[in-house]
Structures are given as C-alpha cells and as structure tokens.
Design a protein around this ligand. Structure first.
Ligand code: CA
Length: 456
C-alpha cells in the first residue's frame, strides 16, 4: 500500500514537472469575415427565408452577440479596423474604399493580428477578399500572412483581362493567377484552400483569416447551392457561405482541434439595401451599408470555442471589430503592440462569459463611409449628430432607431456632442498615415459626389 502511494506521488510529481516545463498550448484562431451580410440574414438572427443550419449550430455551440459593431459601414476601412484594432481614421484609411487605380493601402508599419501572431510562432493564412491595397507592399503577405489566396478587392471591380473579357482578378501570394476568375466557384475554392491550411497546420498554432467575397454583389453560386433558398440568389449565396462554415467546423472537429480553436464569424458591414433583392436584410435594424444607423454597422457575430466560450448563450454586451486584436492577444498570451495607440480593448472576459464581465468600452464612435464622425454610443444612448441635426436613440428600448428623443435630453445631447468633437480632434491630431506609393492617386472615391463629405 505504502509503495503504491509513493509511486502515485512520484507520478504526480513527474506530471507536475512536465506541465511546468511545457509551455501552455496556444489556442488557434479562425476569423470568418463576410462582405455586406446583414444583421437579419441568418436563421439564428431571425431570417425566415435563408437556411443557415451550420451557423445556427455554431451559435448553439457557442455565443451569439447582438451588439457587435464594425468600425465603418464600407469594406476597406472596416477590414483595416478588424486587423489593426484601430478606428480607420487612426490609420489613414477612413475615406471610403480602395479602387483598382489606387496605389495606397494599409501602411506596412501597422501591426495586424497576423503580424502579431506570426511573431509568436503562429502559421498564418488569408483566404478571400483583402481590400487593403492590391500592390506591394500592402498585400496580405506584406502584413503578416504566410500565404494569400483570393481576390484583392471587391468582386464588382472588374478589370479587362488580356483576352478581352472583364472580370475580377484572383491572386496567390503576390501574383495574379487568373485575370478573370469564375466567381461561381470562388466560395468552394476558398473553402478548399482553408481546409487544406487547417490540415497542414494541425500540429502548430495557427491564425486563419477568411474574408469571403460574398454576399457582396454581383452574386454568384453554383449547384448544389443554386436555387436552394426561399430568398432567391442572395439566399443561395448566403447558404453557400453557411456550407463553407460547416466545412471549416467539420475539419476542426475531425482534426481534434475543437477545444483548441476559437472561431469568430461576422461581416464587414451591413446589407446593401439599394440592391433590393440582391442585397441582404438588416432585420430589425434601421438602414444598411454606407450609413451610420445600426443596420450599417451592427453585425451578426458568433464565437465558438468549446469548453471556453459558453454554449447556447446570447450576449448583448457591446463590443466590436476593433476589440478583436486585443482580445486575441490576451487569449494567445501575447502582447498587443505597445508603441502606438490602439482604439480596441480586450473583450476576452465578455467573450468567455466570465461572471461579472463588463463590456470592454464605455463608448463607441460611428464614423461614416468617408470618415466623418457621425455619432457616439454610451451605454444605451446613441447620438447621431450630422449636419447640425441631432438624433438621440435609446438602443436598449429602441434598437430600430425609430424614436428620436433628443429634445427630451438636451443636456445629454450636449455632453455627447462635445465628446464627439473632442474625440475627433484628438484622433485627427494623432492619426497615422496610410501607406502610399510615389505618385499615387488621391485617397477616396474616384469621381467623388458632392454629398460624399470627406473627413475634415
Ligand atoms: Ca463590404
């Protein structure tokens, strides 16, 4: 008996020695970022016509967030914010999206999630639509990704191919591999590429970023997805994305990586409503893409990490894409960049459902598609102050922003408006420039329309 006790004690001591010697396993991260997906476009967010069984199951196995904010209602600035943890204006990318003639992009001096994790030994890959600069040194492979496969800007930015066709270009790393890609095959090709990356890196920590091309218009899919939804081609395309998420989750399960992998699903901005049935739905939210109402900037967000992120939970605590970098840093046990200002905050307690966890921020700022500061949220209150007109909404009782109560709360309106002015001045004074090649055309939309107000 005594011998057995000693043996057990020796075993325990040996086990303790092993665990003290071996560094804790670093978690993997998969971020799936759709393009123009609306708050109301998933079954688990209320869509009656689009079937998303994989995302619904992901939500039941993880946490569904109902106040997840992106930092711009259009593509490029929103992507810049996700990857750097900064408001787009802080890094010079607030003024609308990058077009093919442009020669600017995310400054190579910025630190992305990929740069940060790669330094910590992670394998990194970007599979999908980049839209942060399509020439060197602004490509994914210049920003911490070991590899890149996808279209470098929006799928409606067609350029002439050598054979006379017009299409979207497909790149691998820093080379164009197809000047006119078959867009109907894109989502399955991205998925195949993502799955291949997961299999190849099963034994080391990885960060996989999948910024999908869709459901941005023009919409494409193919059998077996075509004609399957009750919402026309738009629904078919979202159902294709749902299948893709299912393939990624299935692969993680097969590789035994479920408990070591956090998967985050969201989109860059709200639905493009002027596209009518080719655009999505913001569900109960007001307006959509391009606006600073909630429909433009509040996104579906599901986080799944079995054993760490509570299953079947709905969380209304506000956080957003700018908090993803600091949150991943905390969960990976790495330091976020300390030599510069970040706007994002660590939201890991909220994400992990730590009892008593508070949202990571007291206030969130709403910048327009052109970098004009339109609004601020503080607690339940949101002030939109545009062109001298004030709208105050209580988002807890009026998520659809139907009741402007500004006249009932003059003091609050004045305080929030002053806070907006102060923050914008502070941010503008400390803003860092985007990256620009010599002789680059000006940042901003070509043929700017008069109503497209630039940042001051
Ligand atoms: Ca978009």
């Amino acid at each position: 008996m005594k011998g057995r006790v000693i043996a057990a004690a020796a075993l325990a001591a040996a086990a303790a020695a092993v665990s003290a010697a071996a560094p804790p396993e670093k978690p993997n991260f998969v971020v799936i970022f759709c393009d123009d997906l609306g708050y109301g476009d998933l079954g688990c967010y209320g869509s009656p016509t689009i079937a998303t069984p994989n995302l619904d199951r992901m939500a039941s196995e993880g946490t569904k967030f109902t106040s997840f904010m992106v930092a711009s209602p259009v593509c490029s600035p929103s992507r810049a914010a996700l990857l750097t943890g900064c408001y787009p204006k802080r890094i010079g990318l607030e003024d609308h999206v990058i077009f093919p003639p442009h020669r600017h992009g995310l400054n190579p001096t910025e630190v992305t999630i990929a740069t940060m994790l790669r330094k910590a030994g992670y394998a990194t890959a970007c599979v999908g639509k980049w839209h942060l600069g399509h020439v060197k040194p602004f490509l994914p492979t210049d920003h911490g990704f070991d590899s890149y496969f996808g279209i470098p800007y929006s799928n409606d930015m067609m350029t002439p191919a050598p054979d006379g066709r017009k299409g979207a270009i497909l790149m691998r790393d820093d080379k164009v591999v197809d000047p006119c890609v078959d867009q109907a095959a894109l989502t399955p090709r991205y998925t195949e590429e993502a799955v291949k990356f997961l299999r190849a890196n099963r034994d080391r920590p990885f960060f996989l970023y999948v910024p999908h091309t869709f459901p941005h218009v023009p919409l494409f899919t193919a059998p077996p997805f075509e004609g399957t939804s009750k919402r026309g081609l738009y629904g078919d395309v979202v159902q294709t994305l749902d299948w893709s998420v299912g393939e990624i989750l299935k692969t993680l399960r097969e590789l035994g990586l479920d408990e070591r992998t956090m998967v985050l699903f969201t989109s860059d901005n709200g639905p493009w409503l002027i596209m009518n049935d080719r655009g999505g739905s913001a569900g109960p939210l007001r307006d959509g893409k391009g606006t600073t109402y909630e429909g433009g900037m509040r996104e579906p967000c599901i986080v799944r990490w079995p054993g760490r992120v509570p299953a079947g939970r709905t969380c209304s605590g506000p956080w957003g894409s700018i908090d993803v970098l600091p949150t991943i840093a905390r969960l990976a046990g790495v330091e976020p960049p300390a030599d510069r200002v970040l706007d994002g905050r660590d939201a890991s307690a909220l994400v992990l459902g730590t009892p008593g966890a508070k949202p990571p921020r007291e206030e969130f700022f709403y910048f327009s598609a052109f970098g004009r500061l339109d609004g601020v949220r503080e607690g339940p209150w949101k002030l939109r102050s545009v062109g001298g007109s004030n709208e105050l909404f209580n988002l807890e009782t009026d998520v659809g922003e139907r009741f402007n109560v500004a006249t009932n709360h003059a003091e609050l309106v004045a305080r929030l408006a002053a806070r907006m002015t102060a923050f914008d001045a502070e941010l503008t004074a400390a803003a860092r420039p985007c990256g620009k090649l010599p002789g680059a055309p000006p940042v901003g939309p070509p043929n700017r329309k008069p109503q497209e107000t630039k940042a001051p």
